[in-house]
Write a protein that binds this ligand. Structure first.
Ligand SMILES: C[S@@+](CC[C@H](N)C(=O)[O-])C[C@H]1O[C@@H](n2cnc3c(N)ncnc32)[C@H](O)[C@@H]1O
Length: 354
């Protein structure tokens, strides 16, 4: 991936780690970045190594030297003991982080696609298996379809479509033509082979939500099912989505807003959420439906279904899927209980009023 020759693999990793750190919320007064409830760090040497240790424990030994070297080579700024990426450091950091994330999804999604246990899990949790990797059951999906009211041959973009079976279902139900994009090249390869080859209304392509390059005014609708968390600059991406929507275009977005315990509960009001604010800033009106109570039941079902199917996951050597689902479910249920998260469906219209 590197045209740059003055940087080692370990240094590239550090830039990816710092890029990830800079994407997180920073307390403007203390400069502290929240990693987990237990771990808050500053972007100084100690903090970067602590954050790096979460994933690269065996590699961080010489990071103090490498941080210094990256500063000398102008990939990092160093001021008052704190490091930050320079423009050229940010480019490399972003590339490597995107690569890590897409490889992570390659691994998980391909396992889901091939796992009989995951297929059964989806049936139990969502009411039908579309190899979903989200918190949207068939009831929520129907709410979206009723709101969008898609017509035959409407042109729809599915952002972060995963394995593509949700796109296929929507197309079959409505007659819409759907293009699904995802940065997991393995998921897209599978979707092309299993779905696109059988259905001429659905097309899949590898693409990055943070780097869209569609022509203006081409989509009747854009859907984003549990994918807005991965958008790095929500205001400018929503602006971009508005540009590629037709004049009367619509969006259907499922998104759960999280707040830290020390943040105001008002952050969980639909208009104040990160997505809500980005829509408002871009002059888009929307109607939001609160699905938190429904989500709570879905996450509970995830736990019971995962437990029920644990032996099957184990036999398939897919315990990673069991663990992944259990961890997510337990974490979100705790947040919902503490009033730290609310789930919304946003029905957005490009016109002034919904
Ligand atoms: C939580 S899953 C949801 C998948 C699918 N929408 C569904 O409902 O089953 C998030 C999806 O977003 C994709 N994704 C994450 N970041 C992305 C990015 N920057 N560009 C494109 N896809 C991305 C992942 O590969 C994954 O398929």
């Amino acid at each position: 991936m590197n045209e740059v020759i003055d940087i080692t693999e370990d240094e590239t990793i550090i830039l990816g780690v710092i890029y990830g750190l800079e994407l997180r919320k920073k307390d403007p007064e203390t400069e502290e970045i929240t990693i987990t409830e237990q771990l808050k760090v500053k972007p100084n040497q100690e903090g970067i190594i602590a954050f790096g240790n979460l994933r690269f424990k065996d590699k961080t030994e010489n990071w103090s030297i490498l941080l210094n070297s990256l500063n000398k080579k102008e990939y990092l700024n160093f001021k008052e003991e704190l490091y930050s990426l320079t423009d050229k450091g940010r480019i490399i950091g972003k590339q490597i982080r995107t690569q890590w994330m897409s490889e992570g999804y390659d691994n998980l999604l391909l396992r889901c696609a091939k796992s009989e246990a995951y297929n059964l899990f989806c049936e139990k949790v969502f009411g039908k298996s579309l190899l979903q990797f989200n918190a949207m059951d068939m009831g929520q999906l129907n709410t979206m379809l009723n709101s969008l009211n898609l017509k035959n041959n409407d042109f729809v973009l599915d952002l972060g479509c995963g394995l593509g079976k949700v796109s296929e279902y929507i197309s079959n139900k409505t007659g819409a033509k759907i293009i699904g994009i995802d940065f997991s090249s393995k998921a897209i390869e599978w979707a092309k082979f299993k779905i696109q080859s059988q259905n001429d209304k659905v097309v899949f392509q590898v693409g990055n939500i943070n780097n869209l390059d569609f022509s203006s005014s081409i989509f009747d609708a854009i859907i984003a099912i549990d994918t807005m968390y991965f958008i790095e600059d929500l205001d400018s991406t929503i602006k971009e989505l508005k540009r590629i929507l037709k004049p009367n275009g619509q969006m259907g977005i499922f998104y759960a807003q999280y707040r830290e315990l020390n943040e105001s509960k008002d952050l969980l009001i639909a208009e104040n959420t990160t997505v809500g604010k980005a829509l408002i800033i871009n002059g888009l009106s929307f109607q939001a439906t609160d699905f938190t109570d429904n989500a709570k039941e879905i996450w509970k079902r995830e736990i019971s279904a995962a437990e029920e199917l644990k032996t099957m996951f184990e036999k398939e050597e897919n315990l990673i899927l069991y663990n992944d689902r259990m961890e997510d479910a337990k974490r979100v249920l705790k947040w919902i209980k503490n009033e730290q998260e609310r789930r919304f469906f946003y029905h957005v219209k490009k016109t002034d009023k919904v």
